[in-house]
Design a protein around this ligand. Sequence first.
Ligand code: ASP
Ligand code: MG
Length: 439
Amino acid sequence: MSFEPTASRPVHKFGGASLADGACIRRVGALLAERAAERPIAVVSAIEGVTTLLDRLARAAAQGEVDLNPIRVRHRSVLSQLGLDPEMLNRHFAELSTLLEAVRRSGALNGEGRDHVLSFGERASARIVAAHLTSRGLRALPIDAYDLGLVSDSNHGRAQVLPNSAERVRSALASIDGIPVITGFVAQDSSGRLTTLGRNGSDLSASLIGAAIGASEVRFWKEVGGVMTADPKFVADARVLRRLSYDDATELTFHGAGVLHADAVQPLASARIPGRVVCVRDPSDEGTLVCDGARADRPIGVACRRGLAWIRLAGAPNLRALVQAALERTGVEALTIDERSGGLELVAPWSDELARALVLLATHTTIERELAGVAAIGVVDEARIVEGLNVAGIAVRARWHSGARASFVLAVAEVDLARAANCVHALLFEGTFVEGSSR
Ligand code: ASP
Ligand code: MG
């Protein structure tokens, strides 16, 4: 095939749910085959559930138990569903086995060991997808992102890719013929140790690679029809947003809209590359375009986040500085911190480690767990939301403004989350025009 080497290419990102089994991977193969003339670049997550499974195996190894079977069976069954050689990944399983044995012998799992174990998910799926494309008669090559030159800091489990990676990635990809199938989620530090970018980080990998090569578009293939006004799992009336500015998409994902990784928009915005969130089940649908543009001057949607805790500390001097230090030590980011009636109140993702640190700081500590944050994104009527939740009998534990846009966020009990999300969604859009359509 002849091509214009400098023409910009699209990046297609496939998440674990889109690679769950042989049938799903065939669908991915078909999507890429139809677009082969555009010289697509694929970025893949691990097969659905595999990263969590690997995490469990790594922890079990540190406790003295090594059992590779679940991971071997999972991949072998996908390989046979695709008519590929079920022994194809044996070399990888052998490496994983050696690694887990080492963890078992040392009786401890550090961040470096965990990242190495987790990397097998993406390394395996990239090989499976590339082998499937090859079996369809396409030229394809599995590539580990670190072999492309994706170098990160050494912050295991939540590594940040270094900006100077872009040039290496660009030139490495320019010399590859066929469809590169690149591992999402993984990188390596400057000493060659494997790192991971944080759970669900493959979206971020795709954006970084897209930005590095000046992609024509980064297309995030999902199980839903695009970025929606709320999570359709909670809100049946949620609608697909057809177009979102980078700023509004950043705000939605920052507050927990799980459809895209919260850091995945920034690289696109900096490089001015359009992102598109589309549904694997309905490839002709245009989904959501994330692009340059002004922030919307109307309500955009509701973003939710579970697993929060409200914490109040009192009875000690200098609390703010002490709490700040505890947050930094434990790597937890508080969503809001407020000095109130002689004490300090904060809302943060629940962390055992943080809670243990905080109870040592003050004479009185109150902790309330199992809370959820409901953020109203865009230009919204805050008084109406507070009043509406009150009328619906939903207790609001705390409320604050945060994010680049200072969005309005309310903490409610997790058991009230679906009701609260529906209520806020209805208050935002009732009687107003909702852009988009039901899926
Ligand atoms: N496989 C990784 C995870 O499950 C990364 C990703 O899916 O994006 O977190
Ligand atoms: Mg995943």
